[in-house]
Every structure is written in C-alpha cells, then in structure tokens.
Design a protein around this ligand. Structure first.
Ligand code: SAJ
Length: 418
C-alpha cells in the first residue's frame, strides 16, 4: 500500500506555486501554514484572499481559510513537512541565485525535531536539493541528513518540481504527472506520500539531480521550440511571407507541430530556466543558449518595426494592446510587452502611446515614469491610434470588433486577428 501523508505542512513562499499548493492540500483536509516574508501577502491569505489572478484559486483559498485548514504567517512554524516554493532568479552572469532557497532552509532548520520531510519545489540547477540538505545539516549537526548517510536519516529531503501552467494551475496541479526526486529512494517515497493527497496524475520517483534537470529540460524544450517559431517569423518577414500561413500549412504534417511566434518569451520560468542548463554546461549548451538569444532579441525587433511604421506619420498615436507576459493572466513578470512599450517610448519621446491591459489597473513601474505613456480602455486606445500593436492575445482583444481597426496600421505580433 502506498503511504498517504497525514500531519501539518508548512509551505514557504506563497506565490504562484506555493499558494495553489497550499490550497490544494488544505481543501483536502491537511493542516497547512503558508509562510511568506511579504506581510501584505500573509495578511491577504489569512483573510482568504488571493493577491493575483488565477482561475479557481480564490474559491479554493477562501474555502480552505474558512474551514480553518489554511493559515498564514511570516514565521516558519514547526511542521511535519516543509515545501519550499520560493523564487530562483538568475544573476547577471546567468547563474542561479539561490539566496531565497538558502533563506528558507535557514528558517526551517531550527524547527526540525526529526522525522520531517523537506521538499524543494523551486526550479533549481542540478545539485540544489543536496545543497539544501547540506545547509540544513550545517545548522543542525545534531540530526542525520540523507546526503551524508546511507541509512535512515532524521530528515528526508527531496525535489518535486512544479509543472503547472499559469492560467490552468488549479487543474494541472491535480492532473499533471509529478516527478519526485529524492536524495535517497526513501526520501522520494516520503515526499510522494504528500503529493498523493491531491495529485491524480502519475507520481514518478527518481533521484533529486535527475528531477532537477528534467524540470529544466521541460522548459528549455519549450523555449527552443518557441525560438524556432520566432526565427521563422523573422525569416518570413525578410522574404515577405505570412508566417502564420506558412506554419498553418507545415502543421498539417502528422509529425510537425510548430509553436506560435510572438513578441518574445516572458514569465518567470521559460525565460529563466534554460540559463541554468547553460550555466551547468556552457560549452555544450549551444542550441539552448541560441534559443534564449533569439527569444530575447524578439522584443527589440518588434520595437524597431514599430519605429519604422511610425516614420510614415507625423507624431503618430500608438495603441499597444496587452502588457502581461501571455494571454489571460495578469502576471507582468519578465513580460516582453512591457520591454517593447518601454523601448518605443524611450526611442521616440514625442509619440503618444496608449496602453490597454484589461487585467491591470496601473502602469508597471517600468512605464509609469514615461509622460507619453498612459493606460486606457482598449476601445479608446484603438480609436485614438494611427498604429495598433497587438502584444498579448487576451480573449478581451480577440472579441473586439475588427471594424475598429479600419484605416489603422495594424502590427499583430500574435497572429490573433489574421
Ligand atoms: N509563447 C509563445 N509561443 C508559444 C507558446 C508560448 O510566444 O507558442 C510565449 C508566451 O506568450 C509566454 C512564454 O512563451 O511569453 C511562456 O509561456 P508558456 O505558456 O509557454 O509557459 P509558462 O511560462 O506560462 O509556463 C511554463 C510551462 N512549461 C512548459 O510548458 C514546458 C509550465 O508547465 C511550467 O510549470 C512553468 O513554465 C514553470 O513554472 O516552470
């Protein structure tokens, strides 16, 4: 019989992964304490509120709080299991910045009594889970950790990378297969008992470093495929072909599935994680590095194209539709759309730029200081514009009547209106 966890879980980091995981566990009867350094986040969650947009998450969080199963705190409590779900950004040299993971380990260490499971969910370079075990061991020499012992450790340490797609988190968290890599097989089995509480997909056990690398590979795979589509869009522009038509035709082949070109790759995952592979093997990871460079170049290309189009007018008004990193989310992290609007505003301060983003109410700080950039409803922005630049394929823009675009120069970076 497979073990199923019963006990108290502390989830360190109440962001896009930690909070949905907390809600998934708590709504299935587990006592969960969510921990975050951000007091506003802790206050919101303690009140049953969600500080960002994600379908079905609000109902799960408010329900779990009302049931008394989910609480929130800035302090890490004693618990039977700890899940670390903190950001792992990269530094200027593209190496992973593990500061938050280390801080989480330092918060957990004093609370350990023996018998706990510590799970790293944050996307991390191979070797990080073992590093967590070492950080904990340095602070708790009185306990036995799995990296240094073949036998039964006092504390079990494993990696269980998250794989959910923003916008579908509450569905994918339950239905996706989960890879669980233990520092030892016993660690993996202990961690699996926790995910069995809410995961309906297959639970696949492995070692920690392979699980870490598998997660990076998943996102690098997508990045390389998006880079292929983005390169096709540049080639098609050069030889004056419609890339959407070319891809539509090619995708009729039974073994071809070209992804969708866009204004660049954003978000906190795909634009970041491949660098961890490049950092681990810089000489070998040439394709993965090239893909990152192609996708990172795309926003500059879009900004240049808008500048070229604006030369046809005298002080034109430009409507930029969308700021989020992708459709139907309010997440602005690493968003190519923001970089593009900022680049246009910086290059031509005389332009009148109207930005429409139905999922935010304020301009992000990168744009707030530009006096020529303002946030408006999409219809007003389009009505005032000479040039309409579609940057995010939100459903809201899809449903706009095409007649509004009549007589405008339209630059559709997502192929939404073709
Ligand atoms: N994009 C394109 N063209 C496409 C697909 C995406 O330009 O055909 C762009 C999007 O607009 C966005 C970026 O790529 O800017 C990333 O979007 P995404 O939907 O591909 O992925 P994320 O970042 O929202 O979530 C990814 C997912 N990974 C994979 O699909 C392999 C998700 O499953 C992971 O859990 C998540 O990264 C993560 O947290 O690692």
């Amino acid at each position: 019989m497979n073990e199923v966890f019963a006990g108290r879980i502390a989830i360190v980091g109440l962001g896009y992964i930690g909070l949905p995981t907390a809600a998934a566990l708590a709504t299935r009867g587990i006592e969960v304490v969510g921990v975050d350094v951000n007091e506003a986040t802790v206050k919101a969650v303690a009140n049953g509120e969600v500080p960002f947009v994600e379908p079905d998450l609000s109902a799960a969080v408010s329900g779990a709080v009302a049931m008394g199963r989910l609480t929130a705190s800035t302090e890490t409590p004693a618990a039977d299991a700890y899940i670390i779900a903190v950001p792992t950004p990269f530094r200027d040299d593209h190496q992973a910045d593990l500061r938050h993971v280390q801080q989480a380990s330092e918060q957990i260490a004093p609370m350990l009594r023996g018998g706990e499971v510590v799970i790293l969910e944050s996307t991390s370079p191979p070797g990080t889970t073992e590093q967590v075990s070492r950080w904990l061991a340095e602070l708790r020499p009185d306990l036995v950790f799995p990296h240094s012992s073949e036998g039964v450790p006092d504390v079990y340490v494993a990696h269980c990378p998250e794989r959910v797609l923003p916008g579908r988190i509450m569905i994918e968290m339950v239905t996706n297969a989960r890879v669980i890599g233990g520092i030892t097989p016993r660690c993996a089995a202990k961690a699996a008992a926790i995910y069995r509480v809410f995961v309906q997909g297959e639970i696949v056990l492995s070692d920690a470093a392979s699980a870490e690398m598998a997660k990076l590979v998943e996102n690098a795979y997508r990045d390389v495929n998006i880079a292929f589509a983005n390169e096709l869009s540049l080639i098609s522009e050069r030889i004056e072909l419609d890339v959407w038509e070319v891809i539509r035709l090619a995708n009729h082949h039974p073994r071809v599935n070209v992804l969708t070109p866009g204004p660049g790759v954003g978000g906190h995952c795909i634009a970041v994680d491949p660098w961890f592979i490049v950092g681990a093997a810089p000489e070998e990871a040439t394709l993965i590095r090239a893909a990152r460079q192609i996708n990172d170049h795309k926003p500059h290309h879009v900004a240049q194209q808008v500048a070229l189009k604006s030369e046809r007018f005298r002080n034109p008004t430009i409507a930029c539709l969308g700021l989020a990193y992708k459709a139907n989310v309010d997440d602005l992290r690493e968003s190519p759309a923001i970089d593009i609007v900022a680049a246009i505003a910086q290059a031509q301060p005389e332009l009148d730029i109207r930005v429409a983003e139905p999922l935010t109410h304020v301009l992000p700080h990168q744009l707030a200081d530009h006096p020529n950039v303002r946030l408006e409803a999409a219809c007003d922005a389009i009505a005032a514009a000479d040039i309409v630049v579609l940057l995010v394929d939100h459903d809201h823009f899809r449903s706009l009547s095409r007649s509004r675009l009549a007589g405008k120069v339209v630059y559709d970076t997502r192929g939404l209106w073709r």
